[in-house]
Design a protein around this ligand. Structure first.
Ligand code: ZN
Length: 392
C-alpha cells in the first residue's frame, strides 16, 4: 500500500489556515467543535490554536453550553489584530477605506481630482493613505498592507499597463507604493476588486456565478465563476467596456471603435447631456434634474440604461450567471436606468438564460472596489503573510 504524504510544514500551514478560517467565519467555536468540523485531531487543534493565540489572531471568550462535562471555552477571531487600507482609484476620484481584518470599514477618506498626471495623483494617493494611517488604532500588526483598485489593465507584477481613461501607460504602481510605505501592496483591476467586494460583503454573498458591472466613467467587468474570481490567462479579463456594441461607432481611446463604454458609461451620460445643458454637468446634478422630472434628462438616462442592458444581455447569454450586480457611480442613478435595463433583458435575452438570473445594484454603494481590494490584502496576510513561517 502506498501512503501519500506531504511536506509536514506545508500541511501544518494548511491546517493552521483552515483552523483560523473556521474561527473567523464560524466563531465562536470550541476546540472540540473545530476538531469535529475539520476532522483534525484534538491535539493538533489545541497546538494550532495556541499558536494563533500567541499571534493574537484568536482569543478566548466566556464559556459555551456544556454537553455534560466541563463547559468549553469558546474561541473568537481577533479582527482588531491589524488593519488594511483599500483604495479605489477612479478616473476623477479616490476612495480610501481603513478596514479591520473582517473587512469592516473603520475610517474612510474621499478625494476628487481634476488632473490626471501620474505624479499629482500619486501624491493624492499618498496623502489619502497617510491620513488613514494616522487614524488607525493601535494593534499587534499595525498596517498589514495596502491594496489599490485601478481602472485599467494590470499585470501580475502590479504594473498598470494601460488605463485609457486616465491616459496612463506602463506605471510601476506596486513598486512606487511599496517604496513609499514599506508594506505589501496589491494592485488589481477595479472591477475584479469590486466583484470580490460584492462576493465577500455585498449583494453576491450567496451566489457562485456573478457578473459585476462597474459602471463609472468607463465600464469594467469582474467575473466570479464557480465561486472564484476569474482573471483570465494574464489577469486581463473583464475589459468588456471595449466589447463592440456599434459596428461603425465612435472612436475609442483604446484604439478601436464602437466600444460599449462609449454608449453606456457615466462619460456617455455627460456627453449626452452637453447639448441639453450649457452648464458644467455632473452625474449628481443630472440625477437632481431627473428627480425634478426634466423629460430630456430622464430620457437620456433611459438611453444609457438601454445600452447598458444591451451589453448585459450579451454577457448573460454568454455566461449564464446566477446574478448580475451593477456597481460603481452609475448605480446612484438606479431609479432612472434600471427600467430600461430590465426592458432590454425582458425583450432580448434568451429565455433560458433570463429565467433564473437576478439583476441588481450593488448594496455596498461606492465601496465595492475599496472593500474588495482590502479583502485581497487581508487574505494575503492571513494565508501567506510573513506572519506564518513557511518552509517550502
Ligand atoms: Zn475601447
Amino acid at each position: 500500500m502506498t501512503r501519500i504524504t506531504g511536506n509536514p510544514h506545508l500541511i501544518k500551514k494548511i491546517n493552521k489556515s483552515l483552523v483560523l478560517d473556521m474561527i473567523k467565519s464560524q466563531g465562536p467555536l470550541s476546540r472540540a467543535e473545530i476538531s469535529q468540523r475539520s476532522g483534525l485531531n484534538k491535539g493538533t487543534v489545541s497546538s494550532l490554536v495556541k499558536e494563533l493565540m500567541d499571534e493574537e489572531l484568536v482569543y478566548e471568550i466566556g464559556q459555551g453550553e456544556s454537553s455534560g462535562g466541563r463547559r468549553p471555552v469558546l474561541l473568537l477571531f481577533n479582527e482588531k489584530a491589524g488593519y488594511a487600507i483599500g483604495i479605489d482609484l477612479g478616473v476623477h476620484y479616490i476612495i480610501g477605506v481603513l478596514t479591520d481584518l473582517q473587512g469592516n470599514i473603520i475610517k474612510e477618506k474621499q478625494t476628487k481630482f481634476p488632473q490626471k498626471d501620474y505624479s499629482t495623483v500619486l501624491t493624492l494617493i499618498k496623502e489619502t493613505i497617510n491620513e488613514l494611517i494616522a487614524l488607525m488604532p493601535e494593534s499587534r500588526y499595525g498596517l498589514i498592507g495596502i491594496g489599490l483598485g485601478v481602472p485599467g489593465i494590470v499585470d501580475k507584477e502590479g504594473r498598470l499597463l494601460f488605463a485609457p481613461n486616465l491616459g496612463w501607460k506602463d506605471i510601476p504602481l506596486k513598486q512606487d507604493l511599496e517604496s513609499l510605505f514599506h508594506v505589501p501592496v496589491i494592485i488589481d483591476n477595479e472591477a475584479n476588486a469590486g466583484a470580490y467586494g460584492e462576493k465577500r460583503k455585498g449583494a453576491g454573498q450567496s451566489s457562485y456565478n456573478i457578473i459585476y458591472i462597474s459602471a463609472g466613467m468607463g465600464i469594467g467587468v469582474g467575473f466570479i465563476l464557480n465561486g472564484e474570481l476569474y482573471r483570465g490567462t494574464n489577469g486581463f479579463s473583464g475589459e468588456s467596456g471595449h466589447m463592440i456594441i456599434e459596428v461603425d461607432g465612435l472612436p475609442c481611446r483604446c484604439g478601436s471603435i464602437g466600444c460599449w463604454e462609449l454608449y453606456a458609461s457615466e462619460q456617455a451620460l455627460l456627453e449626452g447631456a452637453k447639448p441639453i445643458l450649457s452648464d458644467e454637468v455632473s452625474l449628481e446634478k443630472l440625477i437632481e434634474l431627473a428627480e425634478s422630472k426634466r423629460q430630456e434628462i430622464t430620457s437620456l438616462f433611459g438611453r444609457i440604461g438601454n445600452y447598458l442592458g444591451i451589453g448585459i444581455n450579451n454577457l448573460i447569454n454568454t455566461f449564464n450567471p446566477e446574478q448580475v450586480i451593477i456597481g460603481n457611480r452609475l448605480s446612484m442613478a438606479k431609479q432612472w436606468i434600471f427600467p430600461a435595463i430590465q426592458q432590454v433583458i425582458a425583450q432580448r435575452t434568451l429565455p433560458y438564460h433570463r429565467t433564473n438570473v437576478d439583476i441588481q445594484f450593488s448594496n455596498l454603494s461606492i465601496y465595492s472596489t475599496a472593500l474588495g481590494i482590502s479583502f485581497f490584502v487581508i487574505e494575503d496576510f492571513l494565508k501567506k503573510g510573513e506572519r506564518i513561517e513557511v518552509f517550502l
